[in-house]
Design a protein around this ligand. Structure first.
Ligand SMILES: C[S@@+](CC[C@H](N)C(=O)[O-])C[C@H]1O[C@@H](n2cnc3c(N)ncnc32)[C@H](O)[C@@H]1O
Length: 194
């Protein structure tokens, strides 16, 4: 079994590629674009990293009232708190399972690429919990195996499986899948019935 420290190291090695400004901009833009038709005032960002989504939220949804970032990696949270001066923004260490408030929109950008012992169970449970924490919409990246050159690619996101989990959620008004090139990362957005 891999330790969290190993996973964390792998994540930070990959961050240079994954976190390149161009690619990150494209992913963030796709998520926020898919929220435009919904009235978004409060936002939960699961796996917020350094809080890099915030500047685009400030531009695209200038009247937002609350942004909550949550991340399992303490150094991300420390840096996000040190960097962000917007008092509508809050950051905490943890996962979506530590969240009790319900938000208009929930994002999870780039969090499902890690291999864990029970990857399928964790992703399904996370998606279901995210759905409980949103009033209107949630978006998450689905990882194409060719993005990460990891040996056990069968543990990396199976998009069809993700879509079947979505279809099993209650009160789904619709969903869309957006391809974000050039990284072959798709973004799934699920809308809740009003
Ligand atoms: C690739 S980074 C993306 C950061 C940010 N979402 C962005 O787009 O800039 C993934 C982040 O998700 C965090 N993470 C991974 N799995 C998580 C989970 N189950 N709950 C909370 N955070 C998680 C990692 O610590 C890391 O900071």
């Amino acid at each position: 079994m891999k330790t969290f420290a190993e996973e964390e190291r792998k994540f930070f090695e990959g961050y240079e590629i994954y976190g390149s400004r161009k690619h990150q901009y494209a992913r963030h833009r796709a998520v926020l674009d898919s929220w435009r038709r919904v009235n978004v005032g409060t936002i939960l960002d699961v796996g917020c990293g350094y809080g890099d989504l915030v500047p685009m939220i400030q531009v695209e949804f200038p009247k937002f009232v609350r942004y909550q970032g949550v991340d399992v990696t303490p150094r991300c949270i420390h840096k996000a708190i040190a960097t962000c001066t917007d008092d509508r923004c809050h950051f905490q260490e943890g996962t979506v399972f530590d969240i009790s408030l319900v938000y208009d929109a929930v994002a999870a950008i780039g969090i499902f690429s890690k291999n864990t012992d029970d990857w399928e169970g964790l992703v399904a449970a996370t998606i279901e919990k995210m759905w409980q924490q949103t009033k209107r919409v949630m978006s998450f990246t689905t990882m194409h195996p060719c993005m990460w050159e990891v040996p056990d690619t069968d543990r990396v996101c199976d998009e069809r499986q993700m879509l079947s989990w979505i279809l099993e959620l209650p009160n789904v008004a619709g969903f869309q899948l957006q391809r974000v090139d050039p990284e072959y990362v798709n973004i799934a957005t699920v809308y809740r019935k009003c």
